[in-house]
Write a protein that binds this ligand. Sequence first.
Ligand SMILES: NC(=O)c1ccc[n+]([C@@H]2O[C@H](COP(=O)([O-])OP(=O)(O)OC[C@H]3O[C@@H](n4cnc5c(N)ncnc54)[C@H](O)[C@@H]3O)[C@@H](O)[C@H]2O)c1
Ligand SMILES: N[C@@H](CCO)C(=O)O
Ligand code: NA
Length: 448
Amino acid sequence: MSAREPLRVALLGAGVVGGAVARHLTQRSDDMAARVGARLEVVGIAVRRAGRDRSELGVDPSLFTTDAEELVTRADLVVEVIGGIEPARSLILRAMEHGASVVTANKALLAEDGPRLYAAAAKHGVDLYYEAAVAGAIPLLRPLRESLAGDEVRKVLGIVNGTTNYVLDKMDTTGAGFQDAVEQAQALGYAEADPTADVEGFDAAAKAAILASLAFHTRVSGSDVYREGITEVSAADVAAAREMDCVVKLLAICERTEGGVSVRVHPAMIPRSHPLAGVREAFNAVFVEADAAGQLMFYGRGAGGEPTASAVLGDLVAVARHRVGGGLGPGESSYADLPILAMGDAQTRYHVSLDVADRSGVLAKVAAAFAAQDVSIETVRQQLVPADGPQAAESDAAGGHGAGNGARANLIIVTHTASDAALSATVENLRTLDVVRGVNSVMRVEGF
Ligand SMILES: NC(=O)c1ccc[n+]([C@@H]2O[C@H](COP(=O)([O-])OP(=O)(O)OC[C@H]3O[C@@H](n4cnc5c(N)ncnc54)[C@H](O)[C@@H]3O)[C@@H](O)[C@H]2O)c1
Ligand SMILES: N[C@@H](CCO)C(=O)O
Ligand code: NA
């Protein structure tokens, strides 16, 4: 054990993540002291409600306080695991003003106001670490901020939200309903306090913004990210993917192209043979492609109290070591200042399933709609639909028009890569064709 003065640690929040952090800090304090070179003394744990029984955490009950504002003024190191924008932001800024280094898991705040936090950290000469904010336990931000700082990152592609991966996995493998699967993810501690942030893609978009900022040395905020969640993914989409030997995953895709930086989050079909297709339950996986390094893959638990606590504690040890040995970790790097491209400029591929009349000339009209936008078709597959088949009923209900009640077919088209603008214009045109009774599903295709 070190003879150095203990470092005072304030913990803000004792929920899923904060509870696990508190337990580890208490139970493993000797190891932490040996690794840091000073004891980490928890001087307070800010909670919203006093008086609740928290005996399962095994910490001294007198440490709990509802006065977080006061607590952050008497700490060397502050761990913020409250979540949300306020009061987390004000507390972090106040902590820095009082000279504390900060560890946070708060991707929502970093994606909304990261530059302000970085500026405050630089002004007050303190650290700001947030490995837990993206992909939970997986060491990903430190590799981007430090290990790859000498390389040129071209692409970051992955599954960064555990809740939605859990839901899509259950829908694919057990046929579970959407709501049931969300509730299971909540019970397991993966989901955000409001799971809308997960299922609507806001959580993944915030993480994509953080990843793109670090990868491309450019400020990218959550609102710069094109975002679609999984609430519109239907059983028909999952089934269509299965027929293609694909699975549906919510992907975060950050790319550096000649024109700038493209950052998007949306569901996509990927082949079952792709390594991301094997990412099950709440696991996360991220590919990074860099000029000199080539392809790197990061895989592990992206959510849950214990895995997230691992990343928080790793950061806490790092910033504590800086206090003992001097120096600071990396600050913001946004010198490249690349333009952020619109979604229409993104290069992607589509899988389109159409309900069409089964008569001569249909294929030619459909193909012409693709050609009009200069979108090249890779494959076309036709399946006859029985006149009273369930899909017939579905697309009639969806307002299919003009093609009458004659013989019908499903036309499944997969395109080559084109701009997202050309692809969505093509789908809009298809909807107006008299030979098209309805559009069953449209989904982007990645990873071939
Ligand atoms: N759960 C995960 O898997 C996970 C993974 C990575 C990152 N995160 C992030 O970690 C943070 C915490 O997530 P969580 O899952 O532990 O959430 P949680 O809802 O379980 O815990 C948050 C706690 O903060 C408390 N709180 C709220 N306002 C407070 C205030 N003003 N003062 C004191 N306490 C207050 C709440 O009562 C709650 O107990 C969030 O930023 C989240 O995005 C969570
Ligand atoms: N709600 C998030 C927690 C991890 O950041 C998820 O499901 O991935
Ligand atoms: Na991480």
